[in-house]
Design a protein around this ligand. Sequence first.
Ligand SMILES: Cc1cc2nc3c(=O)[nH]c(=O)nc-3n(C[C@H](O)[C@H](O)[C@H](O)COP(=O)(O)O)c2cc1C
Length: 382
Amino acid sequence: MAGMNLAARYPALADLRAGARARLPRFVWEFLDSGTGAETTAARNRAALDRVQLLPRALAGEIEATTEVRFLNETFGLPVGIAPVGMSGLIWPDAEPILARAAAQAGIPYCLSTVASRTPEDLRDAVGAHGWFQLYPPRDPEIRADMLNRARAAGFGTLVLTVDVPVASRRERLQRSGLTQPPRLTPRLLAQVAMRPAWTWGMARRGMPRMRLIDDYTPATRGLSSTAHAGYLLRTAPDLGYLRWLREHWQGPLIVKGVLDPDAARLIEAEGADAIWVSNHAGRQFDGAPTAIEMLPAIRAATALPLIFDSGIEGGLDILRAFALGADMAMMGRGWHYALAALGATGPAHLAAILRADLLANMGQLGLADMTGARERLYSPV
Ligand SMILES: Cc1cc2nc3c(=O)[nH]c(=O)nc-3n(C[C@H](O)[C@H](O)[C@H](O)COP(=O)(O)O)c2cc1C
């Protein structure tokens, strides 16, 4: 990609998404991009964000704006981080170390998934100061304690408990792509792979990705198919008692991810969590869910805890919309992976540059020196 004018060819996330689609085998694209059911929640995420209007400020004079934010006693270079994505390394070779380094470079959080293709230890040298570890809750307390110890020892200081995957969701688009359950390299998948040389070359050099952390607790299983299954066997659907256990055993910041219900937000606050992550998992879990942006005001009213927002962010303007409705931090999942698949290792830094430029351009319109003023510019709540 050297020498190419990235800003001209990929000015927005939509360009990176198109680039990713052209470079990924179909089943990988569907894994990354698809929602559940008829994908109405995924579509409504976009529509609801588009409805949020912010009032430009006239005659604000010259303002020197910063994209820095304070969140849970840390300072981030951008108001958006990298959300946990399972099997990131299947989407692009070495995705986890590349994203962890890009996050460290931009001064933003990198959240590693329990079901990533790298372990916390693999990323010890890459992760930088803002490593978060996302837990799909293991049922076995010994495995649970061991995972937490390993994450902490490898430099992941913030724990994220995901609560919106009590059961596996259906991904009909992924099934249509020909991916079998358990996954097998059928002639149909091989044909998809053969058409995407950049992806295939990278995978051939590094070997097929596996859920390495899960592997460590299921030594008898071998191969992508069995580990994917084992990932579900290990985990439970957490309840408040589970959250209480985590609060007792984790000394650092504890965040609960995947909350849409204001009543749940109150209970989570009462258990001593440090922040709530408002999300509908990008419409990948439940096609009847309200959008995360629509629930944000009610959750803001229900709790004093800091709030993270994700699900459908495509640029700096969307991040400002979320802050206007009560978010204190934002995250993106798919976007970073579109960037990786489109551009390889330089993709995430380019996306960070797009987000920064888009934030500053829109903050200028709103007369904002920093993100904290966004709430005053909300024009019409959704
Ligand atoms: C391919 C893929 C895998 C994901 N895996 C996980 C996961 O392992 N754990 C988790 O908490 N969330 C997971 N998520 C959800 C993301 O963390 C995040 O909530 C969501 O992608 C945000 O929406 P966005 O993609 O529109 O930015 C995944 C999302 C995608 C697209």
